[in-house]
Design a protein around this ligand. Structure first.
Ligand code: NAD
Length: 491
């Protein structure tokens, strides 16, 4: 299997027929090979997108027709859901049941933005002149480069393409080099729907040069990125060349706060779900558990015992509750953090290692919890992006909030309490873009997603995510034009 780019309405190998293998993280076996694009491939895609936007029909296609194509794509995703979920689990490692949710969400995302495309967009403004009608309309931004990571390959593609295409843009998607498989099926379906050439394209390949070139090109009008902060900074710097519109969805170190008055069973299960869903490779993971001190003696032993019972295995095995990490390199990074945690004096509550049985061939890491964590420790401050939970204890609501906000990140946060007033006070005190009360992780296409502080710029999903793919045009119309009389001597 060799996966090809999709450029100007056709599947094509990379210019120099270069490929790279991609792997199954459960055993590191090769699944297939994927085109490794050159700068020439990206350039071809950018020129095709430019032509499609500047001269083609797509930006002026009535919203109903754009919506119809997205609805057809959603139906096709549904029709291939089982295969898409299996591919996602095989290539990313996540348990099949999680991949099934991702596929349903991806179809839902195309449906949601198909609906939004036809809803009221502009506004009219009362201004201080009765002869003036002042309005705004929304127009597509143009050519959009969209760079996505490996943790939700299909869903991130949907989050980028659905609003971009619904709003009339021409999109060039660059997936992670590690996870091309589900996106390759998505583009088979996109080909089946039949968009005009150049409207929606796929270029595989390395972050640098492929993604970097998209971010730097003066022919690209917007860059949308999901990934790590180091990469985000490079993208923003490159995008400054022509002042591209930039949206960034970056990392997090999100606090999950459990008060003593919370339903303990609920809080326990969500503390685990918050960090171990997606093997902790989730930007919004509840990776810091802030626990009211009086709970420590009852909650922590239950947490340890429950973590030891998590069924860790290949995502495609029935009953698997947590899968392998994406790569050997990432497994090593997570294990390095575990070593640093020991060196810094944190106390291991459970996990902390790899498996020596048949899982040794994959990139598995045990569900791991550290206690006695101080705010200055690296495992408290830095994003690990793996199944490692760090517990900090607090005595008062004020202290909980202070610890929660003591981070360069501000993506998400959760609070568990039976006191509704406290719940509202605490989430309003969190400097984070996504907050949950008595739950953790539910995410909806209808509601905005994005971070405060160094967790990103802008919002995806919901109406906010659509607006991020539009320019606002002001139209000022004089309905009773009169000579101005400003210059006395008109020739
Ligand atoms: P990454 O930043 O290494 O890569 C993300 C994408 O950027 C990949 O497609 C990669 O090829 C590309 N890339 C790498 N270097 C580039 C460059 N110089 N120019 C342009 N593109 C480049 O991130 P990752 O390791 O794939 O994903 C993990 C990170 O993503 C974590 O830090 C996580 O927090 C973050 N993330 C955030 C969200 C969110 O919504 N906020 C969602 C998922 C992941």
């Amino acid at each position: 299997m060799i996966l090809k780019n999709y450029i100007n309405g056709r599947f094509a190998p990379s210019r120099y027929a270069t490929v790279r293998p991609f792997l199954n993280p459960a055993d590191n076996s090769e699944i297939g090979q994927v085109a490794e694009s050159s700068i020439e491939d990206v350039e071809t895609a950018i020129h095709a997108a430019r032509k499609a936007f500047d001269e083609g029909p797509w930006p002026k296609t009535p919203a109903q027709e754009r919506a119809a194509k997205l609805l057809k794509l959603a139906a096709l995703i549904d029709s291939r859901a089982a295969q898409l979920a299996e591919f996602e689990s095989r290539n990313n490692g996540k348990p099949l049941r999680e991949a099934e949710y991702d596929v349903a969400d991806a179809a839902g995302c195309f449906r949601y933005y198909a609906g939004l495309a036809t809803k009221p967009q502009g506004q009219t403004f009362e201004v201080g002149d009765p002869n003036i009608v002042c309005q705004t309309i929304r127009e597509p931004i143009g050519v959009c480069g969209q760079i996505i990571p490996w943790n939700y390959p299909l869903l991130m593609a949907a989050w980028k393409l659905a609003p971009g295409l619904a709003a009339g843009n021409c999109c060039i998607l660059k997936p992670s080099e590690l996870t091309p498989l589900s996106v390759s099926v998505l583009f088979e379906l996109i080909d089946e729907v039949g968009f005009p050439p150049g409207v929606v394209q796929l270029v595989y390949g390395a972050g640098d040069p492929v993604g970097q070139y998209l971010a730097a090109s003066p022919l690209v009008d917007k860059i949308a990125f999901t990934g790590g902060g180091v990469t985000g900074r490079k993208i923003m710097t490159a995008a400054a060349s022509n002042f591209k519109k930039v949206t960034l969805e970056l990392g997090g170190k999100s606090p999950n706060i459990v008060f003593a008055d919370a339903d303990q069973n609920l809080a326990l299960e969500y503390a685990m779900f918050g960090i171990f869903a997606g093997q902790g490779e989730v930007c919004s993971a509840g990776s810091r558990l802030l626990l009211e001190r009086s709970l420590a003696n009852s909650f922590l032993p239950r947490l340890a015992a429950s973590c030891e019972k998590i069924v860790v295995g290949p995502g495609l095995d029935a009953g698997t509750e947590m899968g392998p990490l994406i790569s050997r390199a990432h497994q090593k990074k997570v294990l390095d953090y575990i070593r640093v945690a020991h060196e810094d004096g944190a106390e291991l509550l459970c996990g902390g290692g790899v498996y020596t049985d048949q899982r040794a061939v994959g990139n598995f890491v045990q569900p791991t919890v550290f206690t006695n964590a101080r705010p200055d420790m690296r495992i408290v401050r830095e994003e690990i992006f793996g199944p490692v939970l760090v517990v900090q204890l607090f005595d008062t609501e004020e202290e909980a909030l202070r610890l929660a906000n003591d981070s360069i990140y501000g993506l998400a946060g959760g609070v568990f309490t039976s006191d509704a007033s406290r719940a509202q006070r605490v989430v309003r005190g969190l400097r984070a873009g996504i907050t949950w009360i008595n739950c953790y992780h539910p995410t909806f296409n209808e509601a905005p997603w994005g971070g405060y502080k160094q967790s990103g710029i802008g919002r995806e999903l919901g109406t906010y995510g659509y607006e991020a793919y539009t320019e606002v045009k002001q139209i000022t119309h004089c309905i009773n034009p009169q000579p101005l009389g400003w210059f006395k001597n008109l020739a």
